[in-house]
Design a protein around this ligand. Structure first.
Ligand code: ZN
Ligand code: ZN
Length: 358
C-alpha cells in the first residue's frame, strides 16, 4: 500500500486534509518541494504548487495526485476544491501550520462552512513511524554512506585538525559519495566540549581526550544517524572504564531489542548499567529516537515513554547511551537499528566500536 493510500484510509467521508510541511508533503506525494500544499480527500488527492515545480511534480509525484497550479491564491483554490468535493471538515497539521497561515486559511474558507480542525499531524506522525521496504532500503543506503564517512575520517584524522575540519571532512565525503545532503548539523566536539551532548564544532584544534562525532547522510529523503567517540592522545584507565561502560550499556540494549519489547524497558536496561557503574545522573538524555524523513521521529526509547509503546515491525530507532561529566568530558556511541518486516532486528551501523586512539 502506498503512503497516500494509507493516509486516505484514515480519513472519514466528508473529511479532507491540508498538508503543509515539507516532510509530510514528501512522505505522501514522494515529491520533494518547498512551496505548496497537498489537499487530500478520501478518494482524491491534489498537489498544489506553482510553475517552478509543476513539471517535476507531474513526473515525480505519486500518480494518485492531480498537480494543480492555482491562478489565484492557494487557499482560494483550496476553498473551491473543498466545496466542489463536498468536504465538511478540514484537518490541518496542527504541529506545523503557522498562526498567520491559519488566519489566511480561515478567511479563505469563511464562505464555505468548512470546519478547520487539527489532527493530520498526529495521523502522519503515527504512520511515518512504520517504514516500508523502500524506506528501509533508503535508510540502509544512508547509513552505508555514513559508515563510509567514518572510515574516511579515521584514515585522515590527526591531533592537529580543528573540530570544524573534522565536521567538514565528514560532510564533504558524504556529499561526494552520493548523499542528497547531510541529515543534520554534524557534531564534532573534543576535550571538555565532549561533555555537551549536542555541542557545535569549534574553530579550534582538537583537545586531548574524547572526540565525539555525531553525523549522518540523507539519501532518497531518509536520514541516517550515528555517533562514534574516539580518543585524541592516550586513554587513561578512567577513560577506558567510562568508554566500556557506555559500550556495555549500548550492547545490553541492542541484545534486548526485539519486536514487541517495551521502548521504556530498553532505556531502563541501558540506564541501569550506567547508573550501576557509578555514573548516576551522567546519562541525561533518552536512549534513542525514531529516525526517518526527520532525524527525530517516533517512537522514543525513553524512560518517559508510556510502558505500552513497543518496538514493532517497521520501526527504525537509534540506540545511543552516553556518559557526560560536566567540565571534564563525555562519550556517546550510537547505532541505528530496525525491526524488519520479518520481525528480526537489523543493525544498519557497521562501524567498529573498538576504543580508537589517535
Ligand atoms: Zn546522532
Ligand atoms: Zn540520534
Amino acid at each position: 500500500m502506498t503512503h497516500i493510500e494509507k493516509f486516505q484510509r484514515e480519513l472519514k467521508a466528508g473529511q479532507a486534509a491540508l498538508i503543509s510541511s515539507t516532510a509530510n508533503c514528501f512522505y505522501l506525494s514522494l515529491f520533494n518541494y518547498y512551496d505548496g500544499y497537498l489537499l487530500v480527500l478520501p478518494d482524491k488527492a491534489f498537489l498544489l504548487t506553482d510553475f517552478r515545480y509543476a513539471e517535476a511534480a507531474e513526473r515525480e509525484a505519486d500518480k494518485a495526485f492531480d498537480v494543480l497550479c492555482p491562478k489565484g491564491t492557494m487557499f482560494g483554490a483550496v476553498a473551491e476544491l473543498l466545496t466542489a468535493n463536498g468536504a465538511k471538515t478540514l484537518l490541518i497539521e496542527e504541529n506545523h501550520l503557522t498562526v498567520a497561515a491559519h488566519e489566511r486559511l480561515s478567511e479563505g474558507l469563511a464562505d464555505t462552512g468548512v470546519l478547520i480542525v487539527g489532527g493530520a499531524g498526529k495521523i502522519l506522525t503515527r504512520l511515518r513511524a512504520y517504514k516500508d521496504e523502500q524506506e528501509l532500503a533508503a535508510m540502509a543506503r544512508a547509513q552505508e554512506l555514513t559508515d563510509a564517512a567514518f572510515s574516511h575520517i579515521l584514515s585522515i584524522l590527526t591531533p592537529t585538525m580543528r573540530e570544524i575540519d573534522v565536521a567538514l571532512e565528514l560532510e564533504y565525503f558524504m556529499r561526494r559519495e552520493g548523499a542528497q545532503s547531510i541529515a543534520f548539523h554534524t557534531i564534532a566536539v573534543s576535550g571538555s566540549a565532549s561533555a555537551v551532548p549536542h555541542g557545535v564544532p569549534r574553530n579550534k584544534v582538537l583537545e586531548k581526550g574524547f572526540l565525539t562525532m555525531d553525523f549522518g547522510a540523507r539519501f532518497g529523503g531518509y536520514c541516517a544517524d550515528m555517533t562514534r567517540t574516539v580518543v585524541i592522545g592516550r586513554a587513561d584507565a578512567e577513560m577506558k572504564r567510562l568508554y566500556h561502560t557506555v559500550l556495555q550499556a549500548q550492547q545490553t540494549a541492542l541484545d534486548m531489542a526485539a519486536c514487541g519489547v517495551s521502548c521504556w524497558a530498553l532505556d531502563l536496561a541501558a540506564r541501569s548499567i550506567i547508573d550501576g557503574a557509578g555514573y548516576e545522573g551522567c546519562f541525561g538524555h533518552a536512549l534513542g529516537h525514531g529516525v526517518g524523513i526527520a532525524v527525530h521521529e517516533e517512537p522514543r526509547l525513553s524512560s518517559k515513554a508510556p510502558a505500552e509503546t513497543l518496538l514493532e515491525r517497521g520501526h527504525v530507532v537509534t540506540v545511543e547511551p552516553g556518559i557526560y561529566q560536566k567540565g571534564r568530558y563525555g562519550c556517546r556511541i550510537e547505532d541505528m537499528i530496525a525491526v524488519m518486516p520479518d520481525g528480526r532486528v537489523h543493525n544498519f551501523t557497521k562501524s567498529t566500536k573498538e576504543l580508537i586512539e589517535i
